[in-house]
Each structure stands twice: as C-alpha cells, then as structure tokens.
Design a protein around this ligand. Sequence first.
Ligand SMILES: *[C@@H]1O[C@H](CO)[C@@H](O)[C@H](O)[C@H]1NC(C)=O
Ligand SMILES: *[C@@H]1O[C@H](CO)[C@@H](O)[C@H](O)[C@H]1NC(C)=O
Ligand SMILES: *[C@@H]1O[C@H](CO)[C@@H](O)[C@H](O)[C@H]1NC(C)=O
Length: 373
Amino acid sequence: MKRRIVKSCISTLCIHGWYVPLFLLMLGVKICLLSLIADSIKHYHATTSGKYDRANGNENAIIKPQKHKRVPTSTSPPENVVAEIPDNLMDLDISPSAKNRTSSTSIWLIYNSVPQCLEETSVELMETLSVQNRFSHQEHEYQTPWPRFLLEQEQESLVSWFQYQHLPRSYNRHFYYINFTKFQKYAKQKPIYVNIVRDPIDRLVLNYYSRRNMSSPLTKEEIERRNSVAPGSGTEWYHRTFEECVLQADPECRYTAGEKSFTLMIPFFCGQHNSCVAINDRWALQMAKLNIEREYSVVGVLEKMDQTLSVLAKFVPRFFHGAAQVYSKLVKKVEPQHKVSSDVRQVMESELYNEMELYRFILSRLSAQHENG
Ligand SMILES: *[C@@H]1O[C@H](CO)[C@@H](O)[C@H](O)[C@H]1NC(C)=O
Ligand SMILES: *[C@@H]1O[C@H](CO)[C@@H](O)[C@H](O)[C@H]1NC(C)=O
Ligand SMILES: *[C@@H]1O[C@H](CO)[C@@H](O)[C@H](O)[C@H]1NC(C)=O
C-alpha cells in the first residue's frame, strides 16, 4: 500500500514534474508583468495630476500646427492608415457622412467629455454598461483641475498608458483631442473616440452660472477679489444675469474672433494646436470637422438623446450595447434653468458662428448615422 503511494507519487512527479520549471518561469513572467503595470500606473499618475495653471492652457504646452506634403484624395482612409491633414484643408468642403469609423480591433474607448454636457450622467451610463458589456471604465479623478492642453510628454504618457491596457477599457477626461497616430511607436492601435455635446448657447449659459455658484470656493474668491479692487463690484458681478452680461457687451460674455477661449467646444475636437482655441478660427473649425468625420465613431447630442443612444449602440456595440435601456433607468442630474430671450440668443449665435456651424455639422452627422446605421 505504502509502496504503491510512493510509486504513484514518483510517477506523478515524473509525468508532471515539468510543471516545476514552467511554474517558476510563469512566476517570473508574472513579476515582470506586475512591475510593468506598476510602471504604467506611475505613468498614469504623471498624466492625471496636472497643475492648475495649465487648466487654461499654457503656451509651452501648445504644439504648433505642422505642414504636411502628401494630399490624400479623400477624407476617409482605410483603418490603420495614417490620416494626414490635407494641404487644402482650408478650402475643403467636409461633409458629414454615416461612415462607420469604429475599428473592429480596438479595445480602447476615449470619451474626452465637453463640460456642461451632463457628462456625469454619461459617465454613469458607461460605468453601468461596463458590468454587462464586460469592460472597465477608468474615470479621471475630478478633484483637481487638469490641463486640456497636454504637454507633448504628457500626451505620450497617456498614449503609452493605453499600451498597457490589454483588456477593454474606457477612459474619460476633459481634454482636447489627442492624435494617437503621432505616438504610434508607443501604441499601435487607435482608440475609439466618442463624445456628447449640446446646443452651444445653452452650454455657455450653464458655464456662465457655474462660475456663480456659492457652494464653490472659486466663486467666493472671485467676489472677494473683485470687491477688493472696487468695493461692491464683486457682488454686482455675482448678481448680473447672463442677458445683462451679453447686452452690456461685458468682456466676460464677448467672443471676439481671433482671441483665445478655453470654454468653447471646438478645441475638444480640433486638438492640441495653438489655433484650436482661437475664437471663430476657420482652420480650427475645419480641423474639428475633419477629426469628427475621420476619427470619431460617434458624437452625440443631448437634445437628441434617443438618436444618440441608438447610434452609440449600433456603431460601438462593444461598449454601448443596451445603452438606451440602461440610460432610461439612470437618475439624471437636475440642471438649473436659466431663461435667455431670443434676442440674446440671436446675438450669441451670430457672434459664435463657428460653434453653431460645428453643432449643425454634428447634428447632421448623427442623423445620417441614425438613418443608415
Ligand atoms: C496625426 O499624426 C500623424 C503622424 O504624425 C500625422 O501624419 C497626421 O497629420 C496627424 N493628424 C492630425 C489630424 O493631426
Ligand atoms: C461598426 O463597426 C463596428 C466594429 O467593426 C461593428 O461592431 C458595428 O456593428 C458597426 N456598426 C455599423 C452600423 O456598421
Ligand atoms: C456648485 O458647486 C458645488 C460644489 O463644488 C457642486 O457640487 C455643484 O454641482 C455646483 N452647481 C452648479 C449648478 O454648478
């Protein structure tokens, strides 16, 4: 009996003994992988902790547009082919299409959310979907302000952080579009880009009142700062309505062509170029249209949420299958209502003509995708 057990033990070891070196090898590989992951987390923290001064962009962080020689004949290159900026970009008539831009192999999804577009709800949607669609959602920590323009090195870190993600993962943060092709040596794949916008004037109204929020320490600081310069002016600033601000042509509500603004939606699609934040800049508008048409799978619209959810589910099923059902059950954030007369709206629409044009472009692309998807 005893001998038989010993014998079977020996034979087990003989047959299965090869496990031992293999096991040690795997252990080594595992340790190696763990240190790589630790490295990538370090990378990630480097990219997620930005200083406040760059929340509004810093000259050094801005990459100048580059000149390119080759002229592609169409705005729709096949997958994995480098999409260059056409030389005739300024004259190009970029029309929205229903083309499917979702890469069939990509397991990364980027939602570079535009603020004041109910993004908290969209993030909740993704977190809920991540369970049933089996991916993980990486939310940027919202505690500190962070730059929308990223230093070239930070872009590189973010791209290489994705390189360490071997399982489907979505990522959300307010930042201007990053061209992954530029950092091809760090990440071979391109992510799936999505976004959700809303009527540009409604957005600006919400943005205006979010700066006048007594629960926020920034508002109190601003009132005190103004009061210390001219007594009473801070309080006046706080109580002024958006309409008054527009009609009095106060600098806070003026959008002068060529000046910089970090609150508009165009830069989120235009990208990491200096000209992207220039108000009503034609190059920025064209770049934003080009990136939406070529690089974004879906850009949804809050006013067309049913269409948005259906298009997301059809064009990016890997992440958004079942989105409409989940969304209908979410508790939506109640937004404060601020009335804006049609006169004031008209003033703003004619001042921000590029924002309006991009918004209409996004609306017609979404409806084309809805009809053909
Ligand atoms: C992205 O980067 C690639 C490689 O540097 C470049 O050829 C292309 O023009 C860039 N595309 C955009 C839209 O900036
Ligand atoms: C778009 O492409 C993705 C990835 O290949 C695919 O899963 C999806 O079904 C496509 N959607 C449409 C409407 O063609
Ligand atoms: C006001 O600020 C508080 C605290 O920062 C925040 O939770 C709340 O959502 C803000 N409200 C609006 C309308 O922006």
